[in-house]
Design a binder for this molecule. Structure first.
Ligand code: SF4
Length: 249
């Protein structure tokens, strides 16, 4: 099955690079039905994808990794999404409660070893969730981080062993905001308070003028990704044009 789907991806990938975000999403819903779900931490990119999906496939699936360390504004937005889009967000949690994590790993693990903390609260829960799916949809953009620069709109995710769909991989931040304003899409109010990228309270701060939009994530550490969107060597796609144009989170 996996070999077969990898062949499908190899064939469709170059073509998909010419598709609009809506066309990519439509392909994903037609191909995978109930076995594909949007993964979102409800940043503005994810909100664009959620809105688009709601217009194409009203019964779309949506899940989030709830680290239990999110901002109140993020939880408020989740309630708004459920009500506006009539979707039940599938919330996935760490196997350890915050209290259990503190007992087993000591206080404030995020301040000492954020990779270990992200592994416990984000990566393992994501791996568990993805094991029940054939494909997942993200809101990553190529110009967000070095790691995301090689993302394709449709690709084989060798890290988690399923298809990954990145419908707005070639969008820039301005396009995302234009889409959100044009369609009156709800968004996290922290974006209006200099938080271009929003994660856990302990690891996210507002950015200062001139700083990189992701400078507020894991400030003081070289870390730029939580590990959900690290791209590992993927299915070879010789026909594809790497980075021909350029969406946790
Ligand atoms: S972002 Fe910070 S608090 Fe959240 S899981 Fe990662 S290290 Fe832990």
């Amino acid at each position: 099955m996996k070999e077969h789907i990898k062949d499908v991806i190899t064939k469709v990938q170059p073509l998909a690079e010419t598709w609009t975000a809506e066309e990519v999403l439509r392909w994903a819903f037609e191909r995978f039905g109930n076995n594909v779900a949007i993964s979102s931490a409800f940043g503005v990119e994810g909100m664009s994808v959620i809105h688009m999906a709601s217009r194409l496939h009203p019964r779309f699936r949506l899940f989030t990794i709830d680290t239990e360390f999110l901002f109140p504004e993020t939880y408020t937005l989740m309630d708004e999404i459920e009500s506006r889009y009539q979707v039940k967000i599938e919330k996935v949690y760490s196997l350890l409660s915050p209290e259990e994590q503190e007992r087993e790993h000591g206080p404030a693990l995020w301040s000492r070893d954020p990779d270990a903390c992200c592994n416990l609260r984000k990566v393992e829960p994501l791996r568990r969730k993805l094991s029940e799916l054939q494909a997942w949809i993200s809101g990553i953009r190529r110009d967000q981080t070095v790691n995301r620069a090689s993302a394709h709109k449709i690709e084989w995710d060798s890290k988690f062993g399923l298809v990954k769909i990145n419908p707005i991989a070639d969008w820039d931040s301005k396009q995302v905001w234009r889409y959100v304003h044009r369609h009156n899409v709800p968004y996290n109010l922290l974006h209006d308070r200099d938080y271009p990228s929003i994660g856990c309270t302990y690891c996210t701060r507002a950015v200062r003028p001139g700083e990189d939009p992701r400078a507020g994530r894991w400030s003081g550490f070289s870390k730029t990704e939580c590990g959900l969107h690290i791209i590992e060597p993927a299915t070879p796609v010789p026909e594809a044009e790497p980075n021909s144009c350029s969406a946790c989170d």
